[in-house]
Design a protein around this ligand. Structure first.
Ligand code: BDR
Ligand code: CA
Length: 309
């Protein structure tokens, strides 16, 4: 059965890899963009440039430029000012299909019977779609998210970036009854790129793998500067692989909510993992383990397959 995916993203290095995977392993119906790793103009430009690099005509719809609460966050210290630090893709020649990602998400959910939403940026667009069309919860096949953490955060000690960038949106989405699959930092930090990964891609000497190699050369330099290690978590690809290769994952059903008001914990995902008391009823599927070796094989073979693209 065809896996139809709409990806909502803020490219972003790992967003780019997630898009490539979705394009190769599923039917990627469209891309919607949100501000996150960098501003909306850049995340949208990057999505369009990537679509052109792939030689496809996947429509790109731009969405929210700020959080529901009007905050504008970014992760340019990690992804560079443009969001695609370390690369210089040409300015795209194509335009966005619309500047109304929210309407597009709703239209697609209505039009396609078994659409999966994959959200790998701040959850603003998805939250707005749920607010405008609550029945989307039962219309879509499901939602796979990269966001949150059952342990430490990254944007703050408590909060992961995608949730921290728009906690109100995250609460709306996570508690809407979609029973989302959640790939948080606890999972994605098991799945790392390293110099071998980059060298394997670069050795193919093909456009798309070389582009990913450039992205991750830059990312490893940033990680070396920030944490002293030339490795980076391949966060966003996990949200795609959890759908295309669920056999590589272990999942646990849990209850999750988002902290909105904590002085130190705003944007934290609170997972009910109690062992000594009855837990709150589960409302999500948390990916807890990934077979990183096999997942890397899948990732590399997918990126290198048909690498004339
Ligand atoms: C998430 O934040 C972004 O910087 C990445 O693209 C990923 O979606 C990781 O916390
Ligand atoms: Ca992202």
């Amino acid at each position: 059965m065809t896996l139809n995916i709409l990806i909502d993203c803020d490219p972003g290095h790992d967003d780019a890899v997630a898009i490539l995977l979705a394009n190769k392993l599923a039917n990627l119906t469209s891309i919607t963009t949100v501000a996150g790793n960098t501003d909306l103009a850049n995340t949208t430009r990057n999505a369009l440039a990537l679509v052109e690099l792939l030689g496809t005509n996947i429509p790109v719809h731009s969405g929210a430029y700020q959080s529901l609460g009007g905050e504008v966050r970014d992760a340019q210290h990690v992804h560079g000012k443009t969001g695609f630090g370390g690369t210089d893709l040409p300015q795209p020649t194509t335009e966005v299909a619309s500047e109304d990602a929210v309407s597009h998400i709703i239209e697609q959910a209505r039009a396609i019977d078994d659409l999966w939403l994959v959200a790998v940026g701040p959850l603003t667009n998805i939250a707005l779609a749920i607010e405008e069309y609550p029945a989307i919860v039962s219309r879509v096949a499901g939602l796979s998210i990269m966001g949150g953490s059952t342990g430490s955060g990254n944007a703050t000690p408590a909060a992961e970036f995608n949730i921290w960038a728009d906690p109100e949106a995250a609460r709306t989405v996570l508690t809407a009854g979609l029973n989302p699959i959640i790939c948080g930092l606890n999972l994605t930090q098991q799945f790392l790129s390293d110099d071998d990964f980059v060298e394997t891609l670069a050795a193919a000497d093909q456009r798309v793998p070389s582009f990913i190699a450039e992205l991750y050369t830059y990312m490893h330099e940033r990680m070396d500067a920030i944490v002293g290690e030339r490795r980076a978590a391949l966060h966003d690809p996990c949200a795609v692989l959890a759908l295309t290769h669920p056999q590589l994952f272990e999942f646990e059903d849990m209850y999750v909510d988002v902290e909105l008001s904590g002085e130190l914990t705003r944007g934290m995902t609170l997972f009910d993992q109690r062992r000594t008391h009855a837990r709150n009823p589960a409302n999500c599927r948390v990916a807890t383990k990934i077979d990183a070796k096999k997942a890397r094989e899948v990732l590399l073979s997918t990126l290198l397959d048909n690498s004339s693209t």
